[in-house]
Design a protein around this ligand. Structure first.
Ligand code: 8YV
Length: 332
């Protein structure tokens, strides 16, 4: 849907600190209000922002819910989110109020897949535990039976969500001699399946029960909330590892913490949490869990690419055209 070209320089409000080059370009192109000290905005600050802005540039840390959107000013026509996931934005309410939403897909695929692979390697090979041991000063030297983990090659990796990131994870994992299995709403193209020598499982339950490593790579939507429920986590084998670089809400985190504590699964690598930035205290106590601070896409190059996408989306929109990364509810 093309929009009318805006006559004046639009007011763009950015909720968090972005890379310098991106902020400078935004200032050159638009009437831009930046958040230089990077303090996360309160809900009241966000409401103030949507009342004034023509364009809001939020991130995953801002909750743009129906309550916020119902107070948006007449001028707010675009939410150009800095990030790929859009689960922090109430898309239905935005649509009903004539507000377009864009995101930044594609540019963080490879970085997030790299971090997923890092966790897939780190947990079975006990990388974080090894670092802790050395730093503790308690390492007494090499021994044939110390710090034994599990081999990666020859294992079965089950990918939940075979979109861009899931596919990039599969391509990397193949280089480590891992066999690829996946569950997705739709089966992927036969050519891609053949290239990855991937096995499609229509049933998540059945796939979970047969995997050595499970990687969560689907977005968080109402349909994927607690997709890995307490019941499904029980299907995992005791030697299985679970990795999540997508969204914490896809896993019932309490149930996962209980399973790890009880030794019902072998370990987990988590970059995202159900109630970020809060972390379940049980997880903090466990040695077989690698915990990262939502840094899957955190590269300087990636952040600049994301910012450039935001700028293209805003510029296209204010020039009266459909922005390239327009998000529609029907995509999820
Ligand atoms: C981003 C992410 O850092 O893009 C996403 O969906 O989860 C992250 O990798 C974050 O969203 C930036 O807003």
């Amino acid at each position: 849907m093309a929009t009318k070209k805006m006559k004046r320089r639009p007011l763009v409000i950015v909720t968090r600190k972005l890379p310098d080059v991106i902020e400078t370009r935004l200032m050159e192109l638009f009437e831009t209000r930046l958040n230089l000290d990077d303090t996360a905005m309160s809900q009241a600050d966000i409401v103030k922002a949507v009342q004034e802005a023509d364009v809001l540039v939020p991130t995953v840390t801002d909750r743009i819910d129906a309550g916020v959107l119902s107070q948006a000013g007449e001028n707010l026509k675009l939410i150009a989110s800095f990030g790929t996931g859009v689960d922090h934005i109430d898309l239905a309410t935005a649509r009903s109020r004539g507000i377009s939403v864009t995101n930044t897909p594609g540019v963080l695929t490879e970085d997030t897949a790299d971090m997923t692979m890092a966790l897939i390697l780190a947990v079975p090979r006990r990388v974080a535990e090894g670092t802790r041991l050395v730093r503790s000063g308690e390492w007494t030297g090499w021994s044939p039976t110390s710090m034994l983990g599990h081999r990666i090659g020859g294992k079965r990796l089950g990918i939940l969500g075979m979109g861009r990131i899931g596919t990039a994870v599969a391509q990397r994992a193949r280089g480590f001699g891992v066999s690829i299995h996946y569950h997705n709403r739709r089966r992927v193209h036969p050519e891609l399946e053949a290239e990855l020598e991937a096995t499609y499982w229509e049933s998540i339950d059945q796939m979970l029960a047969h995997m050595d490593i499970v990687s969560v790579n689907c977005p968080h939507t109402p349909a994927t909330f607690h997709l890995l429920s307490a019941r499904r986590l029980k299907l995992l084998r005791p030697q299985a590892y679970l990795v999540n670089t997508s969204r914490g809400e896809v896993i019932d985190e309490n149930a996962l913490a209980r399973a790890l504590e009880a030794g019902a699964i072998a370990g987990a690598g988590l970059d995202v949490y159900e109630h970020e930035p809060a972390i379940n205290p049980k997880l903090l106590k466990l040695d077989n869990v690698v915990l990262l601070p939502h840094m899957g896409s955190a590269t300087i190059e990636g952040r600049i690419d994301m910012g450039e996408k935001v700028i293209i989306n805003i510029k296209t929109f204010v020039d009266g055209h459909t922005p390239p990364d327009r998000v529609l509810e029907t995509m999820f």
